[in-house]
Design a binder for this molecule. Structure first.
Ligand code: G
Ligand code: G
Ligand code: NA
Ligand code: MN
Length: 253
């Protein structure tokens, strides 16, 4: 079976799983959000990371179907956490270009909000390339999503080739500093300057700023010094299945 057939079968057989990685406030140490990260539990290949299948889902358009599953599953998980008496924080959903470009994407989200109040706890992460591909369309749709109360983050910030003038004009809430800068920040002056500059710029633009891929206490200390707002990374937790989030959320309350 070629990869596309395997992925079509994975959809039919419900082989996708949603993992969650907490985002932590650097001032209080509490969990203030989680990123939903898809995995493929393949009978032949084991647990497959998105890097190996998202590009093909995007090329084939199957990402629309899988993206809808991600949205529905996140809502089901939020409902289950609430049923257990937990107070879940916001769940960030990664959006591919094809998803945002759908004509009725905003209406689809509006409908989800009407059907399940938990949808109000979603927010969205988009890469620079996704929003820059059609600035007018992004401006309209991101504005509409924010008007519905759903925050927007730019993911992997600093790695794209986008014009800052576009980024500055988009309706946004958060910049996520790409892991590649954070990882080298404590050893490399240039990377430290990039991280520091992104944090300052975010604050000047009234945006929240999250450091991705934080995996050492040295990085954490430096990010605190630089007044970064939040961190996400293995230092606090790797991405875990929905049921494993419960103990993390209980510790946090
Ligand atoms: O979990 P991991 O670090 O391997 O994820 C790598 C990347 O895969 C993420 O940064 C994100 O861009 C992408 N990704 C993860 N989950 C999803 C998803 O549900 N939808 C889309 N479109 N991309 C995702
Ligand atoms: O959406 P995005 O591609 O930025 O997803 C973040 C990816 O980075 C996820 O696939 C996640 O598994 C991974 N990740 C998160 N924290 C860390 C970390 O501290 N170290 C490393 N190496 N990877 C991380
Ligand atoms: Na992301
Ligand atoms: Mn990212």
């Amino acid at each position: 079976l070629d990869m596309e057939h395997k992925l079509r079968r994975a959809i039919e057989q419900a082989e996708f799983r949603l993992y969650y990685q907490p985002k932590v406030c650097l001032q209080t140490g509490t969990i203030i959000g989680m990123e939903a990260l898809i995995r493929w539990q393949s009978p032949e290949l084991g647990l497959v990371a998105p890097f190996h299948f998202i590009p093909l889902l995007e090329e084939t358009g199957l990402i629309l179907e899988v993206g809808n599953w991600v949205l529905q599953q996140a809502i089901l998980d939020l409902q289950e956490w609430k049923r257990q008496g937990l107070v879940p924080p916001r769940v960030a959903i990664n959006l591919s270009a094809l998803q945002l470009r759908q004509q009725h994407f905003v209406q689809h989200i509006e409908q989800m909000l009407q059907e399940s109040p938990e949808a109000a706890l979603l927010d969205f992460e988009l890469t620079e390339s996704v929003v820059i591909a059609d600035v007018a369309d992004s401006q309209r749709k991101l504005g509409a999503l924010r008007a519905l109360g759903l925050p927007i983050a730019i993911d992997d910030f600093g790695t794209g080739y986008s014009s800052l003038s576009y980024i500055a004009r988009l309706p946004l809430d958060t910049l996520k500093i790409d892991r590649s800068f954070v990882v080298k920040m404590t050893e490399n002056h240039a990377d430290r300057m990039i991280v520091s500059t992104i944090i300052t710029m975010a604050h000047n633009m009234n945006l929240n700023v999250v450091a991705e891929g934080v995996d050492s206490t040295e990085q954490l200390a430096l990010l605190r010094e630089l007044k970064c707002n939040q961190m996400q990374g293995y230092l606090f937790s790797k991405p875990v299945p929905a049921q494993d989030i419960c103990s993390l959320l209980q510790q946090g309350t």
